[in-house]
Design a protein around this ligand. Structure first.
Ligand code: MRU
Length: 345
C-alpha cells in the first residue's frame, strides 16, 4: 500500500477518494495533475501532501520546454500552483520551500538536465526522510502505549497519509509489532470518511484489531471506560502547541480531558510551524458544501441547504498530553519545549 510512488518521470498516486471500494491510480506526468490530485484529496494527509508536492515541483522542471532566462519565473508559477491546493497542512509549504532552496543552490547551473536530476533527488530525499521519520515516531511513541491498550484514533494518519508506515498509526503499528495487545477504535470521520474507509482498511491488512464507530459515539465509548489512550495526527502545530488536525479532533480532546484519558499527537517536526504563534493564526480550509449534502454522489440532505464545512479544527495545547516527533516526545510547556526540539539535531 503506497500513497505515492515515483516511477522515474511519473508520480503514481493511489486515488484515496475511492478506497476501499476501488483501487485506482493516477499516473501524474505534470505538476498541474499533481496539484489537482492534492486539491481533490486523491492524495491527502500532511506528510503525503508534502512529498507529492515535492515530486510535483520536480515534474514542473521535467516538463519545461522554454528558454533558461525565464525558467526561474516559470518555477515560481509551478510553486504557487502547488501551494494553492490546500492551506492547512504546513508540510506542503515546508516541502515546497525545501525544493525552492535546492533550486536556488543550483542557480548558476545552466544545464536543465542537471537541474532536473537534482530536483528529483531532493524530492526522493523528502520521501526517504518521511519513511525514516515515521519509524522513529513509532519507536518513541510506543513507550506511551500500555502493554494492553484500547486506542482511539481519528481520521487517517497512517501509511496512506504519509510516504510509509504513518504517524499515529505508526505508533500503533510499532506497539503492535513489539507484542503489545492493541485494539483500535477508529472514528468514521465525516464527511470524507478517512477513518471508515482508510484507517480500518489499513489496520485490517496489518491484522491489528479494529472497531469502527461513528464520530458521535466517541463520548459514550469513553464514558464506558473503553478507551485507554487517544492518538491522532496533525496538520500544523503552532509554536505554543495548539494543533490543527482533522475536524472533530478538538471534540475528542475535550472529551478525553473530561474523562482523564491521555491525548497524544503524533507528527514529524516538519508539521511544527514556529512562525505561527498560536492556533488562532492557523488557516483552516473550508471545503465544498457538496461533501456534506451528499455521500458518493447520493443526496443526503435538501440540495439547497446551507452548509458550513471546515475541514480542520484546532485543539488547544492544554488538552494535549504529549506531541510525539521523530526527535522524541514533547510535553508542556510547549512554547519552550517545541523550540528546544526544533533546534536539536
Ligand atoms: O483532509 P486530510 O485527509 O488531508 O486530513 C488528514 C489529517 O487531518 C491527518 O490527521 C493529518 O494530516 C496527519 S497525517 C499523518
Amino acid at each position: 500500500m503506497k500513497a505515492i510512488e515515483w516511477l522515474g518521470d511519473t508520480l503514481r498516486i493511489l486515488n484515496q477518494t475511492r478506497l476501499p471500494m476501488e483501487t485506482l491510480y493516477r499516473d501524474a506526468k505534470t505538476y498541474e495533475e499533481v496539484a489537482e490530485a492534492i486539491e481533490k484529496m486523491e492524495v491527502r494527509g500532511a506528510p503525503a501532501i508534502g512529498a507529492a508536492a515535492a515530486y510535483g515541483y520536480a515534474l514542473g522542471a521535467l516538463g519545461y520546454q522554454g528558454e533558461m532566462e525565464v525558467f526561474k519565473e516559470y518555477m515560481e508559477k509551478v510553486q504557487a500552483r502547488l501551494a494553492s491546493t490546500r492551506p492547512t497542512a504546513v508540510n506542503l509549504f515546508w516541502a515546497l520551500r525545501r525544493m525552492e532552496d535546492r533550486l536556488r543552490d543550483l542557480q548558476e547551473l545552466d544545464d536543465i538536465g542537471r537541474i532536473r536530476q537534482a530536483l528529483v533527488e531532493e524530492a526522493d530525499k523528502i520521501a526517504d526522510d518521511d519513511r525514516r521519520t515515521n519509524r522513529l515516531i513509532g519507536e518513541h511513541g510506543k513507550s506511551v502505549v500500555p502493554d494492553e491498550a484500547n486506542i482511539l484514533t481519528h481520521c487517517n494518519a497512517g501509511a496512506l497519509a504519509t510516504v510509509e508506515y504513518g504517524t499515529a498509526l505508526g505508533i500503533i503499528r510499532a506497539a503492535h509489532e513489539s507484542g503489545k495487545k492493541i485494539h483500535v477504535y477508529a472514528d468514521e470521520t465525516r464527511p470524507f470518511l478517512q477513518g471508515a474507509r482508510l484507517t480500518t482498511w489499513e489496520l485490517i491488512q496489518d491484522n491489528i484489531p479494529v472497531t469502527l464507530i461513528a464520530d458521535n459515539m466517541a463520548g459514550y465509548v469513553m464514558q464506558q471506560g473503553k478507551i485507554d489512550l487517544i492518538i491522532v495526527g496533525a496538520d500544523r502545530i503552532a509554536a505554543n502547541g495548539d494543533t490543527a488536525n482533522k475536524i472533530g479532533t478538538y471534540s475528542l480532546a475535550v472529551l478525553a480531558h473530561a474523562h482523564g484519558i491521555p491525548f497524544y499527537v503524533a507528527a514529524p517536526t516538519s508539521t511544527i510551524d514556529l512562525k505561527v504563534s498560536s492556533g488562532q493564526d492557523i488557516p483552516i480550509e473550508e471545503r465544498s458544501p457538496q461533501e456534506l449534502r451528499e455521500l458518493f454522489g447520493v443526496p443526503t440532505s435538501p440540495q439547497e441547504v446551507q452548509v458550513y464545512n471546515p475541514a480542520f479544527d484546532v485543539t488547544p495545547a492544554k488538552y494535549i498530553t504529549g506531541i510525539v516527533t521523530e526527535k522524541g516526545i514533547v510535553s508542556s510547556p510547549y512554547s519552550v519545549n517545541l523550540l528546544k526540539i526544533m533546534v536539536r539535531s
